[in-house]
Design a protein around this ligand. Structure first.
Ligand code: NAI
Ligand SMILES: O=C(O)C1=N[C@H](C(=O)O)C[C@H](O)C1
Length: 250
């Protein structure tokens, strides 16, 4: 496959390596220094584009791919307020897009089990629940896209939580719980040097705690998942999420 990499930062560089190991060819690399090279003509050299840039850039990249009729895999987070508009554009223009807040196998297993656990916890009202995410200090968005997906899974399954709220902190955030209503789910975001991504769901009662945690040791799992998505989307039309690719049946 011929691949265009849109956003050649921490993720773009690992994606390049993994794609080449899987015998794909990188025909275009775009970052902030050569963004003028993102033309329809250049994009059409690729079978698929993989996009990991910034919340401010991603929508332009999506539009450029729709215009060029090149399928796009979107890993960038922080733009989900525009999801419905992008879906409408994708379907209206006969384009192809697959997005995911997290492409790693481990996190997608976590998403699935998280939903089952949330439903189960309806039977145990004396547990409160909260989500914690920790990322490196360069991260532009909070809460993380992954934490939002986790929180949406809990709000969907657990009747006593109606919406999520976010608090970003650098120091452990003493007293945050007091600022959150009983039917709100707190997502606590922490920023610590060099952390690739750690997500924890904690159910806490007077007598014990249940902690469900995913720790990324590096970024390779995210990058491999994005390349697998680029392979999976070949020959498909329409708007997909990474959930469609994993399609867990349990
Ligand atoms: N879905 C997933 O599995 C994962 C998603 N992410 C998300 O991917 C995004 C990128 O993450 P990183 O690679 O760690 O960030 P990074 O900061 O290392 O790289 C961002 C890249 O975007 C480029 N860029 C910035 N402005 C641009 C512009 N105007 N035009 C073209 N390129 C531009 C930069 O030059 C840089 O190459 C973030 O939103 C992050 O949350 C990160 C890891 C996994
Ligand atoms: O910015 C990151 O680094 C990551 N972003 C994604 C997110 O917002 O969930 C995925 C991963 O946790 C790393």
């Amino acid at each position: 496959m011929k691949i265009a990499i849109l956003g050649y930062g921490k993720m773009g560089k690992i994606i390049e390596k993994i794609a080449q190991d899987r015998k794909h060819e990188i025909v275009l690399k775009i970052d902030v220094t050569n963004k003028d090279e993102l033309t329809t003509e250049n994009l059409r050299k690729a079978d698929v584009a993989i996009e990991f840039s910034t919340p401010d850039t991603v929508l332009d990249h999506i539009e450029a791919c729709f215009e060029a009729k090149v399928p796009i895999i979107v890993g960038t987070t922080g733009w989900y307020g525009q999801l419905q508009n992008v879906k409408n554009d994708c379907e209206g223009t006969g384009s192809t897009l697959l997005y995911g807040s997290n492409f790693s196998v481990g996190v997608n297993v976590f998403f699935h089990v998280n939903k089952i656990l949330a439903k189960l916890m309806n039977n145990y009202p004396y547990y409160d629940v909260q989500v914690e995410e920790i990322h490196h200090t360069q991260k532009l968005d909070s809460p993380s896209g992954t934490a939002i997906t986790i929180a949406e899974g809990i709000v969907e399954g657990l009747d006593r939580k109606k919406e999520w709220v976010n608090i970003l902190t650098t120091d452990g955030n003493e007293g945050a719980d007091d600022m959150v209503k009983a039917d709100q789910l707190l997502i606590e975001s922490l920023r610590i040097e060099n952390v690739p991504g750690t997500h924890t769901v904690v159910y806490d009662s007077e007598v014990d705690s249940i902690e469900f945690k995913h720790t990324a040791h590096n970024r390779n799992g995210f990058a491999l998942g994005a390349v697998l998505a680029a392979e999976w989307v070949q020959g498909k039309k329409g708007f997909y999420s990474v959930k469609d690719m994993f399609n867990f049946s349990l």
